[in-house]
Design a protein. Structure first.
Length: 366
């Protein structure tokens, strides 16, 4: 039996990974201040925890494993990068509360997950400070950047994982080898999606590069009702949506048609084919790159800003699809959807750790 303490617990990816491994575990405590995340955790794990502020947590208990994904907002490229210096008052500085609790409880293992940018020149001193404090507390730490798409989930999500093992039981740690990705983003999609998730032509136009060609549009007629009337400027029009193709033809094969998505490079665009993801954040940005994911989702955020090319239109991923892309099964999602709004479900997915990555990490550890 492994007793785990989940700090900044989110929706309990660590517990789900242990469950899939068939390892007996007990949740000694769950420390999460977000009342909506607590609702999801309780309904998924059949528990009855209350929201707790980690700064006030000071219990005595025996635990084997502390899992924490301390707030990343101040390290993330998507944030203001205020950093996580001790006593700075930033959300990311709460990692020092974890260190306080580790020093008090002395668990055998501590796992920390955070954004890759923590290792950048601007924030590396915060990471080094964490490792130094863990060393002073009697732990040897191992770390590596792992990508979810290398562990079975079609999401391009890089995170740094740090495994700290108490010196008296440390025998070294080797991170799991990459796994073949057998799933594509389209395998994670729902069969029937409400029209409300589809972007309007105006919104699509914001992120589309429609000035790639100077030739006028030429009408071509499709062979079926999937696309309807096609017009080309090396492209087509589908219900008011201009769609580009690599060549002039009258095909309606979705795999041969693509959208031209703005990209801040000399070329000016990326091609997005059926089943590719499209990052919808900051649609008017002139400096944004890498919006398109080739048959995988780009990194999920805490909102509905991730889209997918579907039937040569763009729609937002649904909350359920985002949960699938974090490794949670539909049963977990359905339970949480009964106690939370879509906005909270998106947030919880974006804040979580990919279950499948933890599965392989814990498999190596135990």
């Amino acid at each position: 039996m492994i007793r785990i303490l989940e700090l900044f617990g989110g929706i309990g990816a660590c517990s789900k990974a242990l469950e899939r491994l068939g390892i007996d575990y007990e949740i000694a405590d769950y420390v999460e201040i977000d009342k909506y995340a607590v609702k999801s955790f309780n309904t998924i794990h059949n528990t009855n925890f209350e929201p707790q502020d980690i700064c006030e947590w000071n219990k005595d208990m025996e635990v084997d494993l502390i899992m924490h994904g301390s707030p990343c907002q101040d390290f993330s490229l998507a944030g203001k990068q205020a950093g996580g210096d001790k006593d700075s008052g930033t959300r990311s500085s709460l990692m020092y509360e974890t260190i306080r609790i580790v020093n008090k409880l002395k668990p055998k293992y501590v796992i920390w997950e955070n954004v890759k940018n923590l290792l950048s020149g601007k924030h590396k001193h915060n990471f080094d400070a964490y490792i130094e404090e863990m060393m002073k507390g009697g732990y040897t730490s191992y770390y590596q950047v792992l990508n979810a798409k290398d562990y079975g989930i079609p999401q391009n999500r890089e995170r740094v994982f740090t495994i700290s093992i108490r010196n008296d039981i440390d025998k070294g740690y080797v991170f799991p080898q990459k796994q073949e990705l057998k799933l594509r983003l389209k395998d994670m999609l729902e069969d029937n999606v409400d029209d409300n998730y589809y972007l309007s032509d105006d919104k699509i136009q914001m992120i589309s590069n429609w000035n790639c060609y100077e030739k006028p549009f030429k009408k071509v007629y499709g062979k079926n009702s999937v696309l309807g009337t096609l017009t080309t400027r090396s492209g087509a029009e589908c219900g008011g949506l201009k769609v580009y193709s690599n060549k002039l033809n009258d095909t309606t094969d979705l795999q041969e048609q693509c959208l031209k998505i703005k990209n801040a490079t000399k070329k000016g665009y990326q091609e997005a084919f059926e089943g590719d993801s499209v990052n919808l954040a900051y649609p008017n940005s002139k400096t944004r790159r890498g919006r398109v994911g080739n048959q995988v989702s780009q990194t999920l955020q805490c909102n509905d800003s991730m889209g997918v090319v579907s039937n040569l239109k763009i729609r937002k991923l649904t909350p359920k699809e985002c949960w699938r892309l974090m490794g949670f099964d539909d049963e977990d999602y359905e339970k949480s959807s009964k106690v939370n709004s879509n906005a909270q479900l998106y947030k919880q997915a974006g804040n979580s750790i990919v279950v499948d990555v933890l599965y392989y990490i814990l498999k190596e550890l135990f």
